[in-house]
Design a protein around this ligand. Structure first.
Ligand SMILES: CC(C)(COP(=O)(O)OP(=O)(O)OC[C@H]1O[C@@H](n2cnc3c(N)ncnc32)[C@H](O)[C@@H]1OP(=O)(O)O)[C@@H](O)C(=O)NCCC(=O)NCCS
Length: 199
């Protein structure tokens, strides 16, 4: 059966956190890498579902939800909204002292307390950003393309002109996919790239 794409529903949230963990090691399963299995989702999924739920779409096969794309239409206001409505709650649940600072969990907790801001000129030209993750059973079947195109349509309908994303240098498969989907590298950071395209 071809996977279906549909809008996110509130009862998908747990599954999306799980997919985030199961694709969180440069596209491979990160289960067991973190002492807290919810930390990755709390950073890369939760704020989008809370603050931009109409830009969240899922891929569903006969076993259930197995992939998602999440977007923010305007990154700078989204970062500000996170500062008011998302990070404060997480900062009290995850104080800096909870994990050793150089441990995998500790590095994620630091992101909660010091969330990185997108580059000024990237946001200027490509204001939206996105995250996409599919479980292995949905990969390589055209679902990633369909999820991205669904998000692009929603962003265009909201007047969006460009979109960017971050990808780890080790995730060669995703980099190849994004290039195929029209993204080019616009910034190089230590260990990661920022890729972007117009809409
Ligand atoms: C990366 C990912 C989103 C791609 O989604 P997908 O469903 O596997 O990709 P699709 O099958 O929709 O491929 C879409 C197009 O990209 C091409 N493509 C996919 N991977 C490619 C690669 N590594 N190099 C070149 N082209 C690639 C496909 O051939 C296809 O081309 P076409 O539609 O023009 O024929 C998915 O594999 C995934 O979720 N991986 C694990 C999590 C992850 O790494 N997420 C990204 C974190 S930054």
């Amino acid at each position: 059966m071809e996977a279906k794409i549909r809008a996110f529903r509130a009862d998908d949230e747990r599954t999306l956190y799980d997919i985030c963990l199961r694709t969180g090691a440069s596209g491979e399963d990160a289960t067991g890498m973190y002492r807290d299995p919810d930390l990755l989702g709390a950073i890369y999924v939760g704020p989008y579902l809370r603050l931009a739920p109409t830009l969240a779409f899922v891929g569903v096969d006969d076993e259930g939800v197995a992939g998602y794309v999440l977007g923010a239409a305007d990154t700078r206001p989204f970062e500000k909204a996170c500062e008011h409505e998302w990070w404060p709650m997480l900062r009290s649940s995850y104080p800096r002292s909870l994990f050793p600072p150089e441990s995998p969990d500790g590095k994620l907790v630091r992101m909660i307390h010091e969330p990185p801001a997108a580059d000024v000129d990237v946001v200027e030209r490509y204001p939206a950003h996105l995250h996409i993750d599919l479980l292995p059973r949905l990969q390589g079947r055209g679902c990633g393309r369909r999820l991205l195109e669904t998000l692009f349509d929603a962003l265009r309908a909201a007047g969006g002109k460009g979109v960017h994303l971050g990808v780890g240098l080790a995730n060669l498969r995703a980099i190849g996919f994004y290039e195929r989907m029209g993204f080019t590298v616009v910034r190089r950071h230590t260990g990661s790239l920022v890729m972007a395209r117009t809409l």
